[in-house]
Design a protein around this ligand. Structure first.
Ligand SMILES: Nc1ncnc2c1ncn2[C@@H]1O[C@H](COP(=O)(O)OP(=O)(O)OP(=O)(O)O)[C@@H](O)[C@H]1O
Ligand SMILES: Nc1nc2c(ncn2[C@@H]2O[C@H](COP(=O)(O)O)[C@@H](O)[C@H]2O)c(=O)[nH]1
Length: 196
């Protein structure tokens, strides 16, 4: 099937915004790998669609049972990609998109998933902070943890070969256009197999 796509990058950079647009504009071409998390749902988030919202015990049990391809602790909460999440998308012959943090990127690199790795960056740390604050989803403590991870991860992203592409999300339309351009071969391949 088509190669999966990993979208990573700092919290608040715009990964969900870009991928939601991609899923809407290319319905049936892309499929989202629905992760598990122990964090609480934000207003508007649906269980089974945005995440599988689970307890720490459920998550730990799943990990112990070998149900996850990768898992990580981010800003005090557990997150993980289950084998089922990826298989469900691949069974539909869609391009599977994973929205994961840097620990996830490192762990996926140890698997045979062979995705395209894309990192989404904000134009500056100041703009990242503003976007996160304006999103109004984080406590001050969570915001500070996310910010520290963002600064560390943006530095790590420069490591040669870690990402296939780094996209600066300044103007949303421009970033989206760059993203669809990077993925044009996968889009064409998935559309061809959908039509045949
Ligand atoms: N290009 C842009 N210009 C201005 N605001 C943007 C842009 N892209 C995204 N935003 C806004 O910034 C905020 C963060 O975006 P988003 O939630 O998509 O980030 P994220 O990378 O998915 O974060 P997280 O990893 O925390 O889920 C949102 O409120 C979104 O509407
Ligand atoms: N390693 C993983 N990271 C994940 C997964 N699902 C989401 N994430 C990353 O967590 C942070 C925070 O997400 P938020 O929804 O609480 O803002 C963000 O960087 C996501 O990319 C996962 O399954 N594995």
């Amino acid at each position: 099937g088509p190669r999966p796509v990993v979208l990573s990058g700092p919290s608040g950079a715009g990964k969900s915004t870009l991928l939601k647009k991609l899923l809407k504009d290319y319905e049936g071409v892309f499929g989202f790998s629905v992760s598990h998390t122990t964090r609480s749902p934000r207003p508007g988030e649906a269980n089974g669609k945005d995440y599988h919202f689970v307890t720490r015990e459920e998550m730990q049990q799943g990990i112990a049972n070998g149900e996850f391809i990768e898992n990580a602790v981010f800003s005090g909460n557990m997150y993980g990609t289950s084998k089922m999440a990826v298989q469900a998308v691949q069974a539909r012959n869609q391009v599977c998109i994973l929205d994961i943090d840097m620990q996830g990127v490192r762990n996926i690199k140890k698997t045979d998933l062979n995705p395209i790795y894309i990192s989404i960056h904000p134009p500056s740390v100041e703009i990242l902070v503003k976007r996160l604050r304006d999103r109004n989803t984080e406590s001050e403590e969570s915001l500070q943890k996310r910010l520290q991870a963002a600064i560390d991860d943006m530095e790590i992203s420069k490591e040669p070969g870690l990402f296939d592409e780094i996209i600066i999300n300044d103007d949303l339309e421009e970033a989206y256009s760059r993203l669809t351009d990077v993925l044009k071969e996968e889009i064409a391949a998935a559309q061809t197999s959908k039509d045949s």
